[in-house]
Design a binder for this molecule. Structure first.
Ligand SMILES: [Zn+2]
Length: 262
C-alpha cells in the first residue's frame, strides 16, 4: 500500500499589477479589471518520498523583470515543512517558462523530470523568436543543458510514474511539452495543473490562457485534468491567489506563504 501524500502549494511571489485582459485567450470583456497573480512551487510529501514540482524564478529575475514581489525563497518555506531542498530526490518541471525553472540549482541531489518535447522546444530553433524569447531565461536553459550532459535530467516521453502515488501526464497546449502531476492523497487524487490552468477560471469557464502553443490541446488538457482528479476542488491551478483562500495554511506561521491542499 502506498502511503498517501500531503500536498503543499508554496506561494513565493506575487504580481498585483495584473489585469484580466492578460489572462485569457483573445482577451476579456473587462480587460482592465485588476486580476492579481501568484507564483507557486508545490511539494508532495509522504513518509517514503518527497517530490517537488517546479522551481520558481529567482529574486534576481524578479528584479530584472520588475513589477513582481518576491515574497520568500521557496526553499526556506520547504525547510519549515520539513523538506531540505539539498536532499530532495525528485524535481518535476511542468514546463520551462522562466517562472518554473529558476531554482533548479538549489536542488542539487534531485533527478530533474521534464518532457523531452518541452526540453527540445526551448533548446531548439524557435526559443529566441519573438514572444518565446521573453517567456524563458536563456541562462536557465544553459544550466539545464549542462545538467542533461551530467545525466541529472530525465527526459520523458509521455506519461510517467515518479514514485508510487505520483504520476506525470503530458498534455501540452500552453507549451509544447507541458505536463501535469497527479498525486494520491487521503482526500483522493489531486492534480497539480500548473499552467494547464493558470486560474480556476480558465478550466472552470472553459477559457484557455492567453499564451498558447496549441489551442485544441488546451481544451483537451481541461478534459484530461478532470478525468485525472477525483473532484473539482482537487484541481490546483498554477497561479491563482484563491488557492491560499480555499485551503488552510500549512502551519500558522506560514499563512500567506503555504497552503496544505490535501
Ligand atoms: Zn507559470
Amino acid at each position: 500500500m502506498t502511503q498517501p501524500f500531503a500536498v503543499y502549494a508554496i506561494r513565493y511571489a506575487h504580481r498585483e499589477a495584473s489585469l484580466r485582459g492578460e489572462h485569457f485567450y483573445r482577451g476579456d470583456a473587462r480587460p482592465n479589471e485588476p486580476y492579481p497573480i501568484d507564483y507557486f512551487v508545490w511539494a508532495a510529501v509522504s513518509a517514503e518520498a518527497t517530490v517537488v514540482v517546479d522551481a520558481g524564478f529567482t529574486p534576481e529575475t524578479a528584479k530584472r523583470r520588475g513589477n513582481r514581489d518576491y515574497l520568500r525563497s521557496p526553499m526556506d518555506t520547504l525547510r519549515e515543512l520539513g523538506v531540505e531542498a539539498r536532499t530532495v530526490e525528485h524535481l518535476v518541471l511542468t514546463h520551462l517558462h522562466y517562472d518554473h525553472v529558476g531554482h533548479v540549482r538549489d536542488f542539487p541531489a534531485a533527478q530533474v523530470l521534464v518532457q523531452r518535447s518541452e526540453y527540445e522546444f526551448w533548446t531548439g530553433p524557435f526559443a529566441m523568436r519573438g514572444e518565446y524569447g521573453r517567456l524563458h531565461e536563456p541562462p536557465d536553459m544553459t544550466y539545464l543543458r549542462e545538467q542533461v550532459g551530467r545525466g541529472r535530467v530525465r527526459l520523458i516521453d509521455g506519461d510517467f510514474t515518479v514514485v508510487p502515488g505520483v504520476t506525470l501526464h503530458l498534455l501540452g497546449g500552453h507549451t509544447h511539452g507541458l505536463q501535469v502531476v497527479r498525486v494520491t492523497t487521503a482526500a483522493g487524487h489531486v492534480v497539480l495543473a500548473s499552467d494547464a490552468s493558470h486560474f480556476y477560471e480558465n478550466i472552470g469557464a472553459d477559457r484557455p490562457y492567453s499564451i498558447v502553443d496549441h489551442l485544441p490541446s488546451m481544451y483537451r488538457a481541461f478534459d484530461r485534468i478532470r478525468e485525472l482528479a477525483d473532484a473539482e476542488n482537487l484541481i490546483i491551478p498554477g497561479h491563482d491567489p484563491l488557492v491560499l483562500n480555499r485551503f488552510p495554511a500549512a502551519a500558522p506561521a506560514l499563512a500567506g506563504l503555504a497552503a496544505r491542499v490535501a
